[in-house]
Write a protein that binds this ligand. Sequence first.
Ligand SMILES: [Zn+2]
Length: 58
Amino acid sequence: MKICGRCDQSIKDNEQYTTHDILSASAGGMTVYRHVRPCRRVQIPTSPSGPQPARRYR
Ligand SMILES: [Zn+2]
């Protein structure tokens, strides 16, 4: 099974994808697949960083 490198979803056999060969000295090269159709990028949930009260240590 192939995983899309952009949306992190599995690529089905009936879906078109592109292949990107990434050469890395450490990994020795790997292949990244991506949907041909524009897919949504993985959304990283950002923790609410509101104004936090400064803690004071005595
Ligand atoms: Zn995708």
